[in-house]
Design a protein around this ligand. Sequence first.
Ligand SMILES: Nc1ncnc2c1ncn2[C@@H]1O[C@H](COP(=O)(O)OP(=O)(O)OP(=O)(O)O)[C@@H](O)[C@H]1O
Ligand SMILES: [Mg+2]
Length: 339
Amino acid sequence: MSRVLAGADGAPLLEVAELVKRYPRERSDPRGRRWVDAVNGLSFDVRRGETLGLVGESGCGKTTAAMAILRLVEPTSGSVRFDGAEVTTMDRPALKRLRRRVQLVFQDSAGALDPRLTVGATLREVLLVHGYDPSRSEERVRDLLEQVGLSSSEVVRYPHELSGGQRQRLGIARALAVEPELLLLDEPVSALDVSVRAQIVNLLLDLRERLRLTYLFIAHDLALVRHLCDRVVVMYAGRTMEIAHARDVERRALHPYTRELLAAVPRVDGSRRRREAVKGTAAITASGPSTPGGCPWSERCAHPRKDDSCLTVLPPLERTSDHHQVACLKAFSEAESGA
Ligand SMILES: Nc1ncnc2c1ncn2[C@@H]1O[C@H](COP(=O)(O)OP(=O)(O)OP(=O)(O)O)[C@@H](O)[C@H]1O
Ligand SMILES: [Mg+2]
């Protein structure tokens, strides 16, 4: 399924730099904080034409990052640039144009669709909101259904009358209705039965080629992301830990957390190596790491060269090669020395 992408080495379409989203908490956490930094210094870019995987376990801030990119939640600080324009300071009209060019597809299509609208009405509504010529909307609705593999007889059905796979096809059609350039796919197959997952993945791959789309593919499953994506961003506790080519990630992963994730990926023979290795980390990301100032992964890190600096110094995201960046004090020196 991997391919050589003309655009993958091109100019960035989306640039996220040091993005932070802080939410207030009702009650303070065990460390007395009344906030949670759901996204806490996230940086990556998506090049035009590529599929970038954003992977990290539950609670690490993936959905919050996608929402902050579109300003569905307001970023606390940091920068988001789309096609060269700063998103965080955009006025309303510019934001509306952005939300046409960048569309979000949710994991839970049932929750994201209006239960009172039929398939046809769902699509017509999006077209109307974005100013499409109403006299041509029926034709456009038919095209969209065909593109996502729904039959025209589905037009009169309501979301609850569709299967999970059909609902996700509708969610994708709704996103495509306004001819976006970039899709933010937030765990688009996680809620589906295994048998349906492959169909939706194949649909997404097919649409990517046909419509020349750029994808940010969000998942907690590194195996899936590695398979589908050109590059992979590994995220932990709201931060970027490592960015690597998907084809390199297995052999050349530098960050101890990426290595843990790889160790938890099921093997072809069905066994799982050290599956327990990353157990319990979700709880830590949810409450925030207890290493203020230091590397968020440090308290769980088993790197042989881990030392006090890991607990006190926040590792910057550093480039080890053209296609590889890592935020680890020890992994970086390892790469430099060629170890
Ligand atoms: N509106 C909110 N108010 C307060 N805290 C929030 C809010 N939304 C998310 N959080 C917290 O921010 C953190 C990141 O949540 P987010 O949903 O972005 O994670 P995620 O990586 O998408 O997780 P999952 O894989 O389960 O979808 C979590 O600790 C979550 O509890
Ligand atoms: Mg999520």
